[in-house]
Design a protein around this ligand. Sequence first.
Ligand SMILES: NC(=O)c1ccc[n+]([C@@H]2O[C@H](COP(=O)([O-])OP(=O)(O)OC[C@H]3O[C@@H](n4cnc5c(N)ncnc54)[C@H](O)[C@@H]3O)[C@@H](O)[C@H]2O)c1
Length: 308
Amino acid sequence: MKVLVTGGAGFIGANFIAHCRKITPDWEMVAFDDLSTGSRDNLAGLGVKLIIASVADVTAIEKAAEGADAIVHLGALGSVPRSVKDPVASHVANLTGTLNVLEAARKNRAYVTFASSSSVYGANTSLPKSEFDWTRPMSPYAVTKLGAEAYVLAYQRSYELPTLAFRFFNVYGPLQAAGHVYAAVIPRFLDASLNGRSLVVHGDGQQSRDFTYVETVTAALHSAVSRRLVDPDPVNLAFGTRTTLIELIEQIRSVVGAEVTVEHVEGRLGDVRASQADGIRMRALFPDVQPKTLDEGLRETVAWFRSA
Ligand SMILES: NC(=O)c1ccc[n+]([C@@H]2O[C@H](COP(=O)([O-])OP(=O)(O)OC[C@H]3O[C@@H](n4cnc5c(N)ncnc54)[C@H](O)[C@@H]3O)[C@@H](O)[C@H]2O)c1
């Protein structure tokens, strides 16, 4: 089976490829990535082919998808603040890019699974978030994810393409980049606390997130691809935990085993206040995927940060 992974040199993509190499070594894995945020180093030692190109390049993605049985579509410009600063770049990579991936899949009758985002719930303050709740994106990034998942699901009806759209919540774990301006909160906090710097909290720190360990995400992606699982509605890839940033800092203190200092700065535009998945559909569709606790996941991530 040939599996094309867009965004394969990124945090989740490289973890997914490593997971597949381990448990299904007979799968031919191909990474497709423009290296805008990902890195070749993430794939070191995995023995996979890396095609360096953008999903916005129709010819490149169509060529890469030739003969693919499945496409795991993770390639996108992440980060809400990045999209607020440059909405057109996010639109081209995330929305036009997804349409190109779907067209390439259609030519090969390839299965497609896609990484949408909890950010699509946006201004909807109800908790936990069910996939059937209304959506109201608050940033260009969230708009691109909502549009892209709608395309992914509409291709089932329009072209009988087998697809599945996940809504990832806050994924964390080894390989997640800490050192750039749009870094996610857990790698930022771990990097700061392990290097004796203050943890910078935007706003009061009472904003909450449903953190998912990357191994849980790669297990779900693998299960979806193995079974060619199709569903007409999006699936929250999270299990219904809710942790405030202040609570997260307490956990980091205990896992790192050192005192950490916290600095509060202004809140960020487009940031969602509270996030927690309704994990009912996830548990029903993926009884084979068991989540790791935040404590377990943080311990493994800290171990990776220390070794890296
Ligand atoms: N990490 C999370 O918490 C989270 C939450 C919700 C959704 N997601 C989605 O999951 C996917 C993977 O995210 P990640 O956390 O691994 O981020 P990441 O930035 O590490 O990975 C994204 C990868 O896509 C590549 N990329 C960007 N634009 C591209 C383009 N035009 N063509 C080809 N490749 C391109 C990047 O170089 C990078 O390697 C993304 O689609 C992201 O939006 C992630």
